[in-house]
Design a binder for this molecule. Structure first.
Ligand code: ZN
Length: 170
């Protein structure tokens, strides 16, 4: 189903996912700096660092393994971007903290789903072991972002209703 059959293939995918996640979190941190939201900027910087460290770990694990060279378009996920990549189309200049967190949550959930699906679909023990490990890590990221989201309830969002035509104050 997933098209991933070897641990090497799995690691190659995981590596790409971590790199993209690091890039996106760096972007989100910058967005929160523009908002002068030091707390969230720090959270996203921390997450970017965590994803970067994971990428490094994965690179270590790949040493001595048969890791396929995968062209960007041949990764086994739909679209050009990995499940953990944020949808750049969803990103606006000056997104609110809640929007930033929702994007992060979506990316982490996609990443979890990717590994969890693989965990269920594979019959290879090594793939299973890595998939379980990565799924657990992503689950932790999901929970971390969810906890943070509770601090930014929907009602705190500035009300923007750009769809309505301006009303003349006559
Ligand atoms: Zn993650």
């Amino acid at each position: 189903m997933t098209g991933i059959e070897t641990a090497g293939e799995l690691l190659a995918h995981a590596y790409q996912m971590e790199l993209e996640a690091e890039e996106r979190y760096t972007y989100l941190a910058q967005q929160m700096e523009l908002h002068n939201n030091a707390d969230l900027a720090k959270l996203f910087r921390d997450l970017a660092r965590v994803e970067g460290v994971h990428a490094g770990d994965i690179l270590e694990q790949m040493k001595g393994m048969a890791v396929p060279e995968i062209a960007l378009l041949d990764y086994k996920w739909s679209g050009n971007e990995s499940p953990e990549a944020l949808d750049m189309g969803d990103m606006h200049y000056l997104m609110t903290p809640r929007q930033a967190l929702l994007l992060a949550l979506k990316a982490e959930q996609n990443a979890f789903d990717f590994f969890n699906h693989l965990l269920r679909a594979t019959s290879d023990n090594e793939v299973k072991r890595f998939a379980a490990e990565f799924a657990e890590e992503e689950q932790e990221h999901v929970e971390l972002v969810q906890n943070e989201l509770e601090k930014y309830p929907e009602s705190d969002e500035p009300i923007r209703d750009d769809m309505d035509p301006p009303v003349s104050q006559g």
